[in-house]
Structures are given as C-alpha cells and as structure tokens.
Design a protein around this ligand. Structure first.
Ligand code: SAH
Length: 389
C-alpha cells in the first residue's frame, strides 16, 4: 500500500513502506528487547484492517491553488500545509466531512489564517466521529470571536455533508487568538447541536467534547481495555485505583467487576467528563479526583487508604519514582500498567521490580498502525510479602 502524500513529505505514516505483518513483528521485537527480561512478551495484537482507524482528524487551513482555501496537514518538520483529500489513517467519513467543511468555508469566503502575518479567520478544523454511534462533530477553530455569517456556514456545511452522505451531529466554534501551535483555544460557542458527541466503548457510553481526551482507535481500544481488565483478575470485591484515568474509561469498564473505583487525573475537564460518564452509565461505585497522580497517591497512602488493584496509564513520560514508591506502600495485589511508551515502561519496571512486584507478562497492542507508536499492557503481581515503608 502506498500513498501519494508520502512523496510530498507527509511523515504521518513512517512505516507504510513496510508490510503490516513485518510492522507488527518489528514492534513486538522492540517491546521484547526493552522489557523481555522482566517477563514473557505475548504476541502483539494487530488490526485486521489496519487503515482508516483514526476517529479524530485535525486539518489546518491554508491558501491553495487559485487563492482558494484548502486544508491538510503540516509536512514533516515544516510549516507548509499539504492539502489532504483523503488519508489512509483517517476515518473515511471524516475525509468526506472535511471536504464538505472546505466547500462550506469557501462558499462563505472565509480566509485561512496566516500564522506569520497573523491575518485571516479560520485556523484549523477538528473532526471527531463516534465509531459505534456514527455521530460526527465539527469544530471550526477561528482566530477571532466573530464568525461572520455563522448561520450560513452551518447551513452550507449541512447541505455539503448531506450531499456526501454524512450526517453532522454538532458544530462548535472554538476561538484561538494566540500565536501558538496548540490547536484549540479556551473559548467555545456551540453553533449547532449539543456541542458534544456520544460514543460507546466496551458497553459504556461516553460524551466527547471538543477538548476531551479520547482514544483515537476504537477497535483497538476495546482490545486494550479488555486485556487490561482481564489482567486485573477482578472478582467484584476489589477497591480499584485508575491512575491517569482521562475521562474514566478504564475505571468505568472495570467498575462492573469491582467493589469501588477511584480515578485520578490531572486534567480538570477530563475529570468532569469522567464524573458525567459515571452518572450517565448508572455507575454508582466510581469516584474521580482532579489531581497530580503522584501527589494524590502520596497523600492517600499517608492517610492509610488501600487499593487491591491499581491500573496506571501514564503519558509518554511514564510515571514518577514517588508514584511507584507509593504504589508499593499501598501494596495492591495486582498492578496493571498500560503504557504508550515501552522505554519509560522499562524504566518504571526496574523500579517496580525492586519494590517487590513481578511482571507476569506483556501484551503489545497495535493502536497506531503505520506509525512507530506501540501500546503495551503489563500485568504485575506482588511478588513477596516484603513491606516497603
Ligand atoms: N486512561 C485514559 C487516559 C490515558 S492518557 C484512557 O485510556 O483514555 C494519560 C492521561 O494522563 C491523560 O489523560 C493526561 O491528562 C493524564 N496525566 C498526565 N500527567 C498526569 C499527572 N501528573 N497526574 C495525573 N494525570 C496525568
């Protein structure tokens, strides 16, 4: 499989030239080389159809041929926008939605923002699709609060998407007037629909707002969470900590099999989403806290709180030595480490092993085919009765 954007220095799919089976083997070997000494690495879980898995698209507006507005992604290591009509990684419904957004923006004569000059109106478009529900969100990022003819834009967008067989659920304007490479600004205005979409994951329904963190590969996230919950060996009696919980998805997936779930997450918006998600799914045994995970667990341990199982899913930088020391003090029977970076996983495992935890095994999951990224689920159990104080 090849893509014409590769020749134009797209950079989105560094492994595309490699056969998918070979990509999987390469990733599995990389995990084995990094963590194999701690326990067995099971076969990587790949996708049956490793294309069009991204349920979220960010497209940047630019001036195209003949001065017309176009949009696409930045070429590798540059600020030049490559126009994108379709992408092998993106949900095909979102490709069509983006074509409709461009058509509607052109019809409204919206000018693309120029980051050097600071002129123009529309900066980016963020699209999300609930793969299980089919709901589609369009977020138009503008450089200023006023969107002239906003009603006409929505009307044109709905007509253009309908022509392409796509139903848009909600349209949001996000205002980002800062000189920054961060896509979304703080202020938001709902132009159409409710301002969020719903998606179903592992039997629970989640509300996704423009700024919520949500895993981008639906099918593989179900595989990942399935493995994580299985690794926890829950019986219904456990107190479970979901550290770095995002919008609460792992904890809420585990909640039916546990006595109590406590989620901790730094991002306040995500915690609000997690609380709402628990309520809407009728989950009564889950609580969520907005805090730095290290600080929270240190204080909880000092207060004598216990957990029987700890899920931890830190960002790429991994966890902290203080967090891991507090885990050992809390002394859960099992720890399930979900990692998006096997390098920091290996580093943290060296610490957890010294603290008396033993890795039972690792399962890599290919959440991001054709890219270098690897996700790994690692199950650990308390190896000895050694108490760490
Ligand atoms: N478990 C979630 C989110 C994983 S991504 C899921 O599967 O969707 C990692 C999460 O860690 C992000 O939501 C990020 O906001 C959060 N995070 C980053 N640093 C943190 C910290 N110091 N304390 C708590 N959460 C943190």
């Amino acid at each position: 499989m090849d893509c014409k954007l590769r020749a134009k220095n797209c950079g989105g799919c560094p492994l595309l030239g490699l056969d998918y089976a070979a990509q999987l083997k390469q990733k599995e070997e990389k995990v084995r080389a990094l963590v194999g000494k701690y326990g067995p690495v099971h076969p990587i879980r790949g996708m049956e159809q490793p294309y069009h898995y991204r349920n979220k698209v960010i497209s940047t507006f630019a001036v195209g041929w003949g001065g017309k507005l176009t949009s696409g992604i930045y070429a590798a290591n540059s600020h030049k926008v490559l126009p994108v009509e379709s992408c092998l990684l993106q949900d095909e419904v979102l490709d069509k939605t983006m074509q409709a957004v461009r058509a509607a923006a052109n019809a409204c004569r919206y000018q693309p923002y120029d980051e050097d000059k600071g002129t123009g109106l529309v900066r980016h478009c963020l699209l999300r699709r609930g793969v299980a529900t089919g709901q589609v969100m369009v977020v138009l990022v503008t450089a200023q609060p006023v969107l002239p003819g906003a009603k006409n834009f929505v009307k044109a967008l709905l007509a253009e998407t309908a022509q392409r067989g796509v139903t848009v659920t909600t349209v949001v304007q996000n205002v980002n007037s800062r000189k920054t490479s961060v896509v979304l600004g703080e202020a938001e205005k709902v132009l159409y629909g409710k301002g969020f979409i719903l998606d179903t994951l592992c039997g629970k329904t989640y509300a996704i707002s423009p700024r919520s963190f949500y895993q981008i590969n639906h099918a593989q996230t179900e595989v990942l969470y399935g493995l994580a919950v299985e690794a926890a060996k829950l019986t219904g009696k456990e107190v479970v900590l979901d550290a770095y919980c995002g919008i609460g998805t792992i904890g809420l997936t585990a909640a039916d099999h546990a006595k109590q779930v406590v989620g901790v997450e730094l991002n306040r918006d995500a915690v609000q989403d997690a609380i709402g998600n628990a309520r809407h799914n009728g989950v009564k045994n889950a609580r969520f806290f907005a805090a730095d995970a290290t600080r929270w667990i240190r204080e909880a341990t000092a207060a004598g709180e216990k957990a029987d199982v700890i899920f931890m899913d830190p960002p790429r930088e991994g966890s902290t030595p203080e967090f891991l020391a507090s885990v050992a003090r809390m002394a859960p029977k099992r720890v399930v480490y979900v990692s998006c970076n096997p390098v920091t996983l290996a580093r943290d495992l060296a610490t957890l092993t010294k603290l008396g935890y033993k890795a039972e095994g690792f399962t890599p999951v290919d959440m991001f085919p054709h890219t270098e990224h690897i996700e790994v689920v690692c199950a650990l159990s308390k190896a000895s009765a050694r108490r760490v104080r």
